[in-house]
Write a protein that binds this ligand. Structure first.
Ligand SMILES: *[C@@H]1O[C@H](CO)[C@@H](O)[C@H](O)[C@H]1NC(C)=O
Ligand SMILES: *[C@@H]1O[C@H](CO)[C@@H](O)[C@H](O)[C@H]1NC(C)=O
Ligand SMILES: *[C@@H]1O[C@H](CO)[C@@H](O)[C@H](O)[C@H]1NC(C)=O
Length: 577
């Protein structure tokens, strides 16, 4: 078995589309494409594949015409890929892509796009109790110390204490990867923990730094979830306080700031490929990354919440979720409540106001001094608190609407605010309509542990059935993905609000991107304990046994559980696409 196969577990954590970066398919515009090539068709006259690719680009009529590519001696060639798939990336127009597609050696031409990031207690919650464990895969794998995890994401903030290399043995001698220096990222930032750093930024990461440094946050968060070292007294502004550690704290990390394709090639090379299933639930058939060889991960809750209460004027209490850590309302101070749908200056249609609190939509005269009920919808959730504040409002209630249902994620709002479920929204609207003087107060309750039931599948977690091949059941597995604490870079606000001036070493984020690294971490532990296992064996073990190697379907109620699972399969099977 090759070293690569033995040692590398590649993990993919990117997903979905940042609205402004959707592929722009205007016919005459140059954009970056990724081209997969059938490499064994290379004619002998080319010394190597790169020369061949350049020649391919050059030979196309468009290369000669395009001023954009003509100025580049590589004829527009941006990157050559040769690990998990073969091919290159280059800039040309969609029309020209079409032309390329007709060539026999070209397998696929894909527009390169910045995918939307789908973007601690979880190790304990999952049954991994830490390095002092005397049994189980933590021990057997020595916390994954011989496993190298490739993380394809937005890069890393290498100075975070989660990535120190104290007490780690030498870098596995078989490691052949590189640590590329770059902007604000000297090579010597790599160590025995972070053993590789590459960036492929010429294309769509143009707006980012030319190095593996993470200027988004996503990659730092996911990487520390997979393999962060133990950090005492970690918290987000005092919330979720405790020892933070990744699932495979001794595994080595190689970060690749890039997008993720070529999973099948990775699988063939003995690399397990896990990917997030997407955050488009709970609507049916929203699951992405559905190829059978990918381990597709959905998101669940854990037994930790960040509860906040909205106490209504009539004494009823609506409990929601919040990471607000500023000054609350003075105790017993009730403020008037208003529904944004009745305080908006922008109309959806003739009789309905926009209730989603987008920037500039609130009527200041109606909102001033009030708690505003906003519906979820377009725009970052935390931004709505800023919109309310800028309109003179003093509190935010952010409500789920159809089809979001009863799942909540917590946000670090900049004014007193909480998220509530769809059914609580109904209750609250009824209350607002029922009285001439609707009012409420807010109470924030910090971190609550031991919440039951857990895990519960997150409502945002994308659902099956698999729309491409309904007989391939997806997602394969769930893992913690709601309100997950992990490391965060400097210089990046903890919310998606650009004007948020707060800076934190850890952040709490939700998404299937947060659940995927938990599975990647456990896969690394399994690989460390069983170096001879293939990716398929690891995937099978992940799906059918618990962390102590016991079958998921056999316990005191084993038979019953198996029947339930079969019924579920049958239900999904018969339901069809
Ligand atoms: C290249 O330029 C020539 C002359 O302007 C034009 O006739 C031809 O159609 C162009 N080819 C492409 C692919 O744009
Ligand atoms: C733990 O962190 C909190 C919040 O950052 C801080 O207030 C507290 O002093 C720290 N405790 C210790 C023992 O370092
Ligand atoms: C919104 O305004 C309309 C018209 O004044 C009123 O009938 C309705 O009850 C209001 N809805 C809420 C939720 O305040």
């Amino acid at each position: 078995m090759g070293h690569f196969q033995q040692l590398v577990t590649f993990i993919v954590l990117l997903m979905l589309s940042i609205v402004s970066c959707k592929p722009n398919l205007q016919l005459n515009t140059h954009q970056t494409f990724i081209v997969r090539v059938q490499n064994n068709l290379k004619p002998n006259r080319y010394a190597n594949h790169k020369t061949w690719y350049k020649s391919t680009l050059k030979s196309l009529s468009f290369s000669i015409n395009s001023s954009h590519t003509r100025t580049q001696h590589n004829h527009g060639l941006l990157h050559v890929y040769n690990t998990v798939f073969h091919g290159f990336s280059a800039r040309f127009t969609p029309q020209q892509a079409e032309e390329l597609t007709n060539r026999p050696e070209i397998l696929l031409v894909l527009p390169d796009r910045l995918l939307q990031l789908q973007t601690t207690r979880t190790p304990q919650f999952m049954g991994l109790t830490g390095t002092k464990d005397t049994h189980g895969i933590i021990k057997e794998s020595d916390s994954g110390s011989n496993v190298i995890i490739g993380v394809l994401d937005t890069g890393i903030w290498p100075e975070r204490v989660s990535f120190h290399d104290h007490d780690l043995g030498p870098v596995p001698s078989h490691w052949k990867g590189k640590c590329d220096g770059g902007d604000n990222f000297p090579e010597n930032l790599c160590n025995k923990k972070l053993i590789g750093a590459r960036y492929y930024s010429t294309g769509f990461y143009e707006r980012q730094q030319g190095s593996a440094r993470d200027t988004v946050g996503h990659g730092t968060h996911t990487t520390s979830t997979i393999a962060g070292r133990h950090v005492a007294n970690a918290s987000f502004l005092g919330l979720a306080q405790g020892v933070a550690n990744g699932i495979a704290p001794k595994s080595r990390i190689a970060v690749y700031k890039m997008i993720a394709i070529g999973a099948f090639g990775a699988m063939e090379k003995g690399v397990l490929f896990s990917a997030s299933g997407g955050n488009d639930g709970p609507t049916d058939s929203t699951i992405s990354n559905v190829a059978p060889w990918i381990t597709t991960v959905g998101a669940s809750t854990i037994d930790r919440r960040f509860p906040a209460d909205l106490v209504l004027g009539d004494g009823r209490v609506i409990t929601g979720s919040s990471l607000y850590t500023g000054h609350g309302l003075p105790e017993g101070k009730y403020l008037p409540l208003i529904y944004a749908g009745n305080a908006s200056i922008s109309k959806i249609d003739d009789d309905e106001d926009d209730a989603t609190c987008l920037p500039g939509t609130l009527n200041k005269d109606l909102v001033r001094g009030k708690i505003v009920l906003c519906d979820r919808g377009d725009g970052p959730r935390a931004e709505k608190a800023v919109v309310v504040r800028d309109a003179g409002g003093v509190g935010l209630v952010l409500a789920n609407v159809e089809p979001m249902g009863e799942g909540l994620v917590a946000d670090a709002f900049l004014i007193p605010g909480l998220a509530i479920t769809q059914s609580k929204r109904t209750t609250l609207l009824q209350y607002i309509k029922s009285t001439n003087n609707p009012k409420a107060t807010l109470i924030f309750k910090g971190t609550q542990l031991g919440v039951k039931p857990a895990p519960v599948v997150a409502s945002f977690s994308s659902r099956g059935p698999n729309s491409i091949s309904p007989s391939v059941l997806k997602p394969d597995i769930i893992a913690p993905g709601v309100d997950i604490l992990a490391a965060w870079p400097d210089g990046v606000p903890p919310t998606e609000v650009a004007t948020d001036k707060r800076r934190t070493e850890f952040n709490i984020v939700s998404g299937t991107s947060m659940s995927c690294p938990h599975v990647s971490g456990v896969a690394a532990l399994l690989k460390g304990a069983h170096p001879d296992w293939s990716p398929a064996m690891i995937k099978s073990a992940l799906m059918t046994t618990d962390l102590h190697g016991r079958s998921r379907w056999q316990d005191s109620t084993g038979r019953e559980r198996l029947q339930r699972v079969q019924r579920l399969w049958f239900w999904r099977w018969t339901r069809g696409p």
